[in-house]
Write a protein of this length. Sequence first.
Length: 97
Amino acid sequence: MEVNTVALSGELAEVEPLRHTPAGVPLLSFKLAHKSWQIEAGYKRQVDCVMNAVAMGEVAVTMSRIQQGHTVSVEGFLNRKNRMSAQIVLHVTKAQT
């Protein structure tokens, strides 16, 4: 099995309204703004990035209750935005404040 696991924390930014797929599954799209210091090749490096993310099902409902600007820790996997796009999106499967 191939590994595709991401753990990231950051500030909820640009949260879109909760919507539903045609099958009725709750879906929440948002951006997660991350800032930290990491060690790379023995050197400290400042990280400052914004990750496009999506949550579905109960995770989406739970995250829709968290106000924009709050810090969250999420876990999930990476995938293309859609089959015709090269843009990467973090699909959140767990979230906590």
